[in-house]
Write a protein that binds this ligand. Structure first.
Ligand code: GLC
Length: 557
């Protein structure tokens, strides 16, 4: 059966929405969002057209890295709810046609995890070799530090243990020793457990670190680390035919491609397109789509059933680490000139709307690109209404402020005292008074209405997710035009990166007589000449999606 006619490979054309339970909606008035809150707001996500909900870590945690420091891989943090609340949420989501995935953070644990507490207490502990210990830190122990503002080494001396332990991230996040078969088995059990509770897969945290065995003393005897990823995927698929792994791999395209596995795609099901995201910002800074075009041409095709996860923003710093120093500086100059807006010298701690001066046309153009470029769009909560950041909140948390539901106190997020919220809401132009769900729901011209439309059209156009994508050549330098073809259907999408109107003459080879291009985002029809050419006008930062209609086509437009 044609895969495009089933929903078996559902991630291929999903609309993924990432949220942190803690900042979404508070039902018990303690200032912290909870699982019941997400359930109560499920219809907002359904209305938006979300088909896959990605929950950031909800496990028990001392919360020193926003939940990415876990003390029980099988638990639900009691401040957020119970296993029962989670199962209800998954059940409700299913009813609205949404699958739920969650972060799988198994590169490390919290140092408060009972395994680590036991491991450090004695060399005889059964958990001692679940972590990576050394008597002396290796000479290159300061290489590849992820959080350079907080850490100076990947190795930390533990008094109680009398040895150094490896931590790729913060020192309170000791790395598990992935070469230990007991650790590997335990991770499988964790996966098996959550699949039973109804999850449809995982966003896998820090994949390259997770599978990297080099910290282990036995590294020389180790098999190919990708074997482990293959094992994980095989286990996952045996347990659930619909389950997927969406990996966080921020490496070169060539290396990232290798995490999908060979042609059969037997490792990650999806991987984020970090490079495409960074090049998009460079193109936006230059008002010139050339870098987007280049990235798209360089991006390797994933295996047939795998997919890139495309995004504009995620919960971390907006990393620009794959740009050259000069390119990164260009993006900083355009979108985050002040030091307080930057992080670790490599990224920005801002959301998109303030970076683009809240220009509605430009914002709409960016989301139109996100939904029309090949890949599965992944939204970060609040993007649908154009939320801004709060730079008064420390570090990466500037973009993790509470969801803004209404213009009321606390943005309708919670009835707690404002000082009890997980993070203060932004003031000024991006405060709940100006940016909230309630007012945008009623406004057909709002960003939220636009994103709903994009999600709907994207779901109606299998070409965009399954098709072969070709960048169209033309003479207008500010315009990015691409076509996607699949099973006889053709979609053309055109985006103007400039603040001036633009006109592009495009050619659709082999168009034939009686062929038209019909706008999908607004009313309009363009006749395509017998030679296959047609002219398109675009507003400043304008965008259009067109379906090519050939006589006798099956599509409704
Ligand atoms: C990933 C997460 C990030 C977290 C880190 C450590 O990079 O995206 O938020 O701090 O892993 O778990």
């Amino acid at each position: 059966m044609r895969l495009t006619e089933t929903a078996d490979v559902w991630w291929k054309n999903a609309v993924v929405y990432c949220l942190d339970v803690e900042t979404f909606f508070d039902t018990d008035g303690d200032g912290r969002g909870d699982l019941r809150g997400v359930s109560q707001r499920i219809d907002h996500l359904a209305e938006l057209g979300v088909t896959c909900l990605w929950l950031m870590p909800f496990y028990p945690t001392p919360d020193r890295d926003d939940g990415y420091d876990i003390t029980d891989f099988y638990g639900v943090d009691s401040r957020l709810g119970t296993h029962g609340d989670l199962v209800e949420l998954i059940t409700l989501a299913r009813d609205r046609g949404m699958r739920v995935i969650a972060d799988l953070v198994v590169n490390h644990t919290s140092d408060k995890h009972p395994w680590f507490q036991s491991a450090r207490s004695s060399r005889q502990s059964p958990y001692r070799d679940w972590y990576v210990w050394r008597d002396e830190p290796p000479p290159d122990g300061d290489k590849g530090i992820v959080f350079p503002d907080q850490e100076t080494s990947l190795w930390e001396y533990d008094e109680k243990a009398g040895q150094y332990y490896l931590h790729r991230f913060y020192k309170h996040q000791p790395d598990l020793d992935i070469t230990n078969p007991e650790v590997r088995d335990e991770i499988m059990r964790v996966i098996g457990f959550w699949l039973r509770l109804g999850l449809s897969g995982f966003r896998v945290d820090a994949v390259p670190f997770l599978i990297d065995p080099s910290g282990s003393l036995d590294a020389t005897e180790l098999p190919d680390p990708h074997d482990y990823l293959r094992d994980l995927r095989a286990f996952l698929s045996r347990r659930s035919g619909e389950a997927m792994l969406l990996g966080e791999v921020n490496l070169s395209y060539k290396e990232t491609r290798s995490f999908f596995g060979d042609e059969d795609g037997d490792e990650l099901t999806m991987s984020f397109d970090f490079i495409g995201m960074q090049k998009l910002y460079l193109s936006l800074a230059r008002n010139d789509p050339a870098e987007v075009t280049k990235a798209l041409r360089e991006r390797p095709d994933p295996p047939e059933e795998a997919q890139w996860g495309t995004f504009v923003r995620n919960h971390d710093e907006l990393t620009l680490d794959k740009l050259t120093d000069e390119e990164r500086q260009e993006v900083f100059d355009a979108f985050g000139p002040e030091e307080s807006m930057q992080l670790y010298g490599r990224g920005l701690r801002r959301r998109l709307p303030p970076m683009l001066g809240n220009d509605p046309a430009r914002l709409k153009m960016v989301y139109s690109l996100l939904f029309s470029m090949p890949g599965t769009p992944v939204l970060f909560y609040g993007e649908e209404i154009g939320m801004g950041e709060n730079l008064a909140v420390e570090g990466r948390n500037a973009v993790r402020t509470p969801m803004q539901w209404t213009a009321d106190a606390n943005g309708g997020f919670s009835v707690a005292e404002p000082t009890d919220l997980t993070a203060p809401l932004p003031d000024g132009d991006y405060s709940p008074e100006h940016v909230n769900v309630a007012s945008q729901r009623r406004d057909p011209d709002s960003l939220m209405s636009w994103i709903k439309l994009l999600a709907q059209r994207y779901r109606e156009c299998p070409e965009l997710s399954w098709g072969e994508c070709t960048v169209l050549e033309h003479e207008s330098p500010s315009v990015f035009a691409h076509r996607s073809d699949c099973e006889g259907g053709t979609i053309v999408a055109v985006h103007n990166f400039a603040a001036e109107p633009a006109r592009a003459t495009l050619a659709i080879a082999g168009a034939g007589v009686g062929v038209r291009a019909v706008d999908l985002l607004c009313d309009g029809t363009e006749d395509i000449g017998p030679d296959g050419t047609f002219e398109l006008d675009l507003e400043p930062y304008g965008c259009r999606w067109l379906r090519v209609i050939r006589p006798g086509d099956r599509y409704i437009v």
